[in-house]
Design a protein around this ligand. Structure first.
Ligand code: PNS
Length: 164
């Protein structure tokens, strides 16, 4: 029996909702791998190295996230190949709404069929239910303030890199 869980996502960028789910996963599993994965269906704003850097800093700066959380990336193949490589039997994903259930369900069944990897869903605090990386990207690109939706390190990064 493995007690390693993988929390995969684009994290482009990491939001407060992501951190909420990571915190909950870290309280359940002995080891949590937060995995930055290239999503072929999305056009990325940030390079993977920058997303990892921001995630790492956000996790370090969150006093409620324990030290059993590591940040990694995977761009060479299937998500379940990473799980097999590190001996993880469980994926953890956050659910905000029925739309997420519909989006995630085929992936749950595919990952189970491919490698026997199960998926556990955790609900973040309702305050985070309307946050998403894509809306954060949109609001930030149009000059809006995203500091209520992302960790401070991300808000500072987006402010500093915004075209003047
Ligand atoms: O944060 P996102 O963009 O919703 O995360 C989606 C992600 C990266 C978890 C998803 O695109 C994914 O699982 N990608 C891995 C590709 C893969 O293994 N596909 C086949 C099985 S579903």
């Amino acid at each position: 029996m493995s007690n390693i869980a993988v929390v995969p996502g684009s994290f482009d960028p990491v939001t407060l909702g992501h951190l909420d789910v990571i915190r909950r996963a870290a309280a359940i599993f002995e080891e949590v791998h937060v995995l930055v994965v290239h999503n072929p269906g999305k056009h990325a704003m940030l390079p993977i190295a920058e997303r990892m850097n921001l995630l790492q800093k956000a996790i370090e700066e969150d006093p409620e996230i324990p030290s059993n959380v590591i940040v990694a990336s995977w761009s060479m193949g299937l998500l379940v190949d990473y799980c097999t490589e590190v001996g993880a039997k469980v994926l953890v994903k956050g659910l905000r709404s029925q739309i997420d259930v519909a989006y995630e369900s085929p992936m749950v069944l595919m990952n189970r069929s491919l490698a026997g990897v199960e998926t556990v869903f955790l609900l973040p605090e309702p305050a985070h239910s309307y946050e998403s990386s894509s809306l954060v990207r949109q609001v930030a690109s149009l000059g809006g303030d995203v500091s209520d939706y992302v960790p401070a390190v991300v808000a500072n990064y987006l402010n500093a890199t915004r075209p003047k």
